[in-house]
Design a protein around this ligand. Structure first.
Ligand SMILES: Cc1cc2nc3c(=O)[nH]c(=O)nc-3n(C[C@H](O)[C@H](O)[C@H](O)COP(=O)(O)OP(=O)(O)OC[C@H]3O[C@@H](n4cnc5c(N)ncnc54)[C@H](O)[C@@H]3O)c2cc1C
Length: 395
């Protein structure tokens, strides 16, 4: 029996969602040939990006990439959860690499919420339509978990309140897809060195601005998915400031609801599909049933929690520290799934040179990063302990 992956909301909660869902799947079935070739790890990153952008452009042209986005940025309106439905549908069908695709969900809302309406209207459709890529320049060599300590500095050309441009100097690291990106949502220090979260400002920077150097970094699976980015007297127009001066912390924090809701739901859909794939190739015996069953229970618990989060978000509630639980559950089950593959396909991940083995190996290695990106497991557990279980203060 196939592992089921039911939907988030029903028609009692969002009007027309059942209709949307059935039309979406019917359209994806009808256009399966046009959407080929699918995302098939490992592939090269160049291939994965080209494939994703092609799929995005087809989906934008057909309208599916527009549902759930505001009309003022080229969308067709409707509940944001429609975007989540699309992300899950194309992830479980292997139409995109869900990790790469989720950057849309992380970065487009930031522009919509914090850029000038003119800028958002100009650039967001390009991201949705797959004609541009953007990256997120937050982490620095000495500021990852402790993001408030970041040091990449933006200096006004004149008085801070009236400057026409800002000059940026410093370094970012682990910037996913920087080498493919036309733009970057960048956090900079604009207050005194010790101003922490009160002295950070966000900018939307064109990656072809003189003074930017991108050096891709190789990950354990051989991919160059992220990069170091150096800023050497990079001049950025003041109109590219996102949110108010020294309001960058609010910009960074606003990403959380999107990252921890729709991105997670897409990833969960993908993990269900991968678990199904494992079930299809593993020996048909009691051990497989036990190992797959353990992962299925974890995945099911995560999905139940994630569904409750989506519903809260759809009802207008604010998300907070409790989403750290989902982050811990997601990274735990992602690693458990690929550990299960290693247990049920002995020697395959380690020794086999075939394409299927290479696929499992690439994803197994990538799954090790799940306890790092988007907030490390240790830091999430600290948040759970202090803020949810009241086991001590934050500092
Ligand atoms: C695949 C991948 C993609 C990424 N993409 C991006 C991106 O696009 N843009 C971007 O800005 N960043 C990106 N990152 C960076 C990511 O956000 C950071 O790696 C993460 O925030 C951790 O920061 P760090 O690497 O500096 O580790 P550190 O913060 O230096 O942590 C080192 C270790 O110390 C532990 N630790 C730190 N503080 C505490 C604490 N208070 N309590 C307990 N333990 C603690 C951590 O858990 C970790 O084990 C990416 C990372 C990965 C792996």
């Amino acid at each position: 029996m196939p592992l089921s992956n039911s939907s988030i909301l029903d028609s009692r909660e969002v009007e027309g969602i059942a209709e949307y869902r059935s039309q979406l799947h019917a359209w994806l079935d009808a256009h399966a040939d046009e959407l080929e070739p699918r995302y098939a790890p490992p592939a090269t990153l160049d291939d994965q990006i080209a494939q994703m952008q092609r799929v995005k452009s087809i989906l934008f042209e057909a309208g599916w990439m527009r549902f759930g986005w505001p009309e003022r940025v080229g969308g067709w309106g409707g509940a944001p959860v429609l975007r989540t439905e699309l992300g899950a549908a194309i992830s479980e069908r292997d139409l995109v690499n869900p990790g790469l695709f989720s950057l849309v969900e992380v970065l487009a809302p930031t522009l919509i919420d914090f850029a000038s309406p003119e800028l958002a209207a100009e650039v967001v459709p390009r991201l949705l339509a797959g004609t541009e890529m953007w990256c997120q320049g937050f982490s620095e060599p000495n500021s990852g978990s402790d993001l408030a300590s970041l040091g990449c500095r933006a200096t006004p050309d004149g008085d801070a309140e009236t400057a026409s441009r800002w000059v940026i100097n410093g370094q970012k690291v682990w910037t996913s897809l920087a080498q493919y990106s036309e733009r970057c949502v960048l956090l900079t220090r604009t207050g005194p060195g010790d101003s922490r979260h009160r002295g950070i400002t966000a900018f939307f920077v064109d990656m072809n601005t003189p003074g930017i150097t991108v050096r891709p970094l190789e990950m354990i699976n051989g991919m160059h998915e992220f990069a170091e980015v150096f800023f050497d007297d990079v001049a950025v127009p003041a109109g590219r400031m996102l949110g108010p001066l020294n309001g960058g912390w609010g910009v960074a924090m606003s990403i959380l609801p999107y990252e921890r809701s729709s991105c997670f739901w897409q990833r969960i859909a993908y993990l269900y599909a991968r678990l199904q794939k494992l079930l299809d190739v593993a020996p048909d015996d009691d051990r497989t049933a036990e190992v797959v069953g353990e992962v299925f229970v974890q995945l099911h618990a995560l999905r139940a929690r994630s569904r409750a989060t989506q519903r809260r978000l759809a009802a207008g509630e604010t998300l907070g520290a409790e989403t750290s639980i989902e982050k811990v559950l997601l990274s735990t089950v992602e690693q458990a799934l690929y550990d299960a593959a290693r247990r049920l396909l002995p020697g395959v991940l380690e020794m086999d040179d075939g394409a299927a083995a290479e696929e499992w190996r690439t994803e197994y290695l990538y799954s090790r990063a799940a306890t790092i990106y988007g907030g490390t497991a240790e830091v999430q557990r600290g948040i759970i302990a202090r803020r949810l279980l009241d086991l001590g203060s934050d500092q």
